[in-house]
Design a protein around this ligand. Structure first.
Ligand code: ZN
Length: 263
């Protein structure tokens, strides 16, 4: 995906740059030319091809593989597979078994904490693991193009974006940056009911935000909703504990997932 889209963008940018060099004084004409070039790209509409691969892990098996990977990550005696390079795995067509929407927090590196490597996970990371249109588009793309059957929305304890949102609700003051407010404004409706008398449990707010994001993905996208209704896709919610390194799957988990016994 990255290759195709970035190549397309680079192509448009290169052509626009060439136009500017060719006629530096004709600014208005260039703007019209750019608009003409961009419109056909955004207007291209075709049905999304849906890949179905019977060998793709089921949602249940996907969750259990992630749980097993997180146990390996916590076991310091097991060497990490996330860091081992293989030219074949890095360049072969991708068939990720799970899509993970996580937070950008530098302490939540998705592949590492699930002990997965090249080509295993399609990861979207954004502050507060919010569901913005481009995030939904990325997940739709992976689910339909690669046949991936599991989406995990993963929040984490001590999330700065959720904490900032709670503080903004408490104080009535948001960030001076409208771009940061775009993040907190998406989290606020998910956690507002947890702020009472100026106090809120941030951990509960993190989980509420995960549940809301998962719900949004299940019902806010026609492509994803159809896959869920057809039993081809599951969207589950999880929380990564910064202090313990453990991931708890707590929302929408398939009933036949076998959880390991506590030690
Ligand atoms: Zn965070």
């Amino acid at each position: 995906m990255a290759g195709t889209l970035s190549e397309a963008c680079e192509d448009v940018n290169a052509r626009n740059l060439a136009d500017r060099k060719a006629s530096p004084d004709a600014t208005a004409a260039i703007e019209v030319t750019e608009a003409k070039k961009l419109v056909p790209v955004s207007a291209m509409r075709r049905p999304m091809p849906h890949l179905y691969d019977p060998d793709t892990l089921s949602p249940t098996d996907g969750v259990m593989r992630l749980m097993a990977g997180n146990r390996r990550f916590l076991d310091e005696s097991v060497p990490s597979s996330a860091r081992s390079f293989s030219r074949h795995h890095a360049t072969a067509p991708q068939r990720p078994f799970a899509i993970v929407l996580g937070c950008s927090d530098s302490r939540t590196p998705v592949e590492i904490l699930f002990d997965e490597g090249f080509g295993d996970l399609f990861v979207v990371r954004i502050a507060g693991n919010i569901v913005a249109p481009s995030v939904v588009g990325s997940i739709e793309f992976a689910a339909s193009q690669f046949g991936t059957r599991l989406v995990v929305v993963m929040g984490h304890t001590g999330c700065g974006a959720v904490t900032a949102t709670v503080k903004a609700i408490q104080s009535g003051l948001g960030s001076e940056s409208k771009n940061i407010r775009d993040i907190t404004d998406r989290i606020a409706p998910n956690v507002q009911h947890l702020v009472h008398d100026g106090k809120a449990d941030v951990r509960e707010a993190v989980r509420a935000n995960v549940r809301a994001s998962a719900h949004h993905l299940r019902h806010g996208s026609q492509i994803l909703e159809e896959l869920v209704l057809a039993g081809r896709l599951a969207v589950v919610g999880a929380e990564y504990d910064l202090e313990s390194g453990a991931v708890d799957f707590f929302d929408g988990v398939p009933e036949d997932v076998k959880r390991p016994h506590a030690p």
